[in-house]
Design a protein around this ligand. Structure first.
Ligand code: FAD
Length: 409
């Protein structure tokens, strides 16, 4: 561990989203000299606003609980409606015996990500905003530095014992090294925006995340504070409407029209962001570590947003990676062989949630809406299945191992 100054750091983290900030805080808390390089100026827009209760353990270890309590709307559960049939509310209170707290939050990501990044700085990490990493430098197979371009046009070469790629869907290192493995079975696209003036059920208190499953697509409805509501649709790239190449705004409006509940809730609303589109094909990198580097969060894998797992998995992968990097310093071993022990820690979560997500899409694509509704109700009405669904999928305890067979059609 070093605290020297100059252009060599113990760890350089590329990207200041939830993964980068979490890894930065833990490594700085452990006494390492850490630099976080973030290309945007914060606050910046980001999608991904519904969080999971499994994150409590990480917020606690980060020392971030108070900031969560003071800034965000409480999410007590998730309400699903399939093909506009009856609504099923999965309330975390039903599983409170196994949860640290039986709720999570809806967050404006501009605010959440900024608070997390400031927290990393308060804990001792150096943070540069508007600093874009152009390249990761290798000596043979071993990563040993980065080229960073700053706002003033200055280009610098910096070195570190470990480089952490937390660049999100930019996947800087995976692209450079050819490690990206898209999952063609989850070839989806999302269109979304924020509204004000939408019905928000008093979202200053507590409000669930709403998921509306339609034929071959699903919509989310997430009320947040300050009268802002996030609404989006996810569909297959090959969905007939998507192939007709309507504009993003028209596509989102069409799906909202198919969902009477959301249409009603939005009748007096005004969109306050442009409708953005993300081709969110899921991917998992061939590996998550190499000599002198690790990849965390969306830079390692992208998880379809249906069960709101992205931020939790980004922060969990950051936590496991930070612990592994700390051990690497103790041993003086920054080899792929050692650093890849981090990967084993997150793979079990990944495998379970990917299996469950595939089941969800099979259900939406089943021969008839009745079959889909029946399959979903089987889980909602069986006390055992319902509890497993709540704990694993809704709360995010993905390593419980009881997850895969749920929602099988
Ligand atoms: C449509 C959609 C809906 C979603 N909904 C949810 C949800 O409800 N709940 C949930 O938990 N998750 C959701 N997610 C997933 C969630 O947004 C991500 O999993 C999460 O943001 C991952 O965090 P991260 O830190 O890995 O990446 P990011 O949050 O993307 O952060 C990466 C950072 O790296 C920076 N960066 C990139 N390249 C460089 C570079 N070269 N140099 C310097 N900086 C760089 C970027 O500016 C960015 O700030 C959703 C995703 C999508 C697409």
């Amino acid at each position: 561990m070093s605290r020297q100054s100059g252009s060599h750091y113990d760890v350089i983290i590329v990207g200041g989203g939830p993964a980068g900030s979490t890894a930065g805080t833990f490594l700085a808390q452990a006494g390492h000299r850490v630099l976080i390089l973030e290309r945007e100026n914060f606050p910046r827009f980001h999608i991904g606003e519904s969080l999971l209760p499994a994150t409590w353990e990480i917020w606690q270890r980060l020392g971030f609980v108070e900031k969560m309590m003071n800034n965000f709307v409480t999410k007590p559960g998730v309400l699903f409606s399939i093909h506009n049939h009856e609504e099923n509310l999965f309330s975390m209170v039903e599983a409170r015996d196994l949860l640290y707290r039986p709720y999570a939050f809806h967050v404006r990501r501009s605010e959440y990500d900024q608070l997390l990044l400031e927290h990393a700085r308060e804990n001792g990490a150096e943070v540069w905003l508007e600093a874009t990493v152009k390249n990761v430098l290798f000596n043979g197979q071993r990563a040993e530095g980065v080229v960073v371009s700053r706002k003033n046009g200055q280009e610098l070469r910096l070195t570190a014992s470990v480089i952490v790629d937390a660049t999100g869907r930019e996947t800087l290192l995976a692209r450079k090294l050819g490690l990206l493995r898209p999952d063609p079975t989850l070839n989806k696209v999302a269109y979304f925006t924020h509204y004000t003036g939408a019905y928000n059920m008093g979202a200053t208190e507590a409000v669930p995340t709403y998921i509306f499953g339609l034929e071959g697509a699903w919509l989310w409805y997430i009320p947040m504070k300050d009268d802002v509501t996030s609404v989006g649709v996810v569909m297959d790239m090959n969905h007939p409407r998507h192939r007709q190449r309507e504009s993003s705004t028209a596509l989102l409006a069409d799906f909202v029209d198919d969902c009477p509940t959301i249409s009603k809730w939005l009748q007096d609303a005004t969109a306050v962001e442009k409708v953005r589109g993300i081709p969110n094909i899921s991917y998992i990198n061939e590996r998550f570590a190499g000599d002198g580097f690790v990849m965390i969060g969306d830079a390692a894998m992208f998880v379809d947003p249906i069960f709101s797992s992205g931020v939790y998995l980004a922060m969990r992968s950051a936590q496991i990676a930070a612990d592994t990097i700390h051990q690497a310093f103790e041993k003086g071993d920054f080899s792929q062989a050692f650093l890849s022990s981090y990967e084993q820690g997150i793979r079990e979560h990944q495998k379970n949630i990917f299996a469950m997500i595939r089941n969800w899409y099979k259900l939406l694509e089943s021969e008839s809406p009745e079959i889909a509704v029946k399959s979903f109700n089987r889980v909602a009405r069986s006390p055992l299945l319902r509890r497993n669904f709540l704990l694993t999928v809704i709360a995010g305890l993905y390593n419980r191992g009881e997850i895969v067979s749920l929602l099988e059609t």
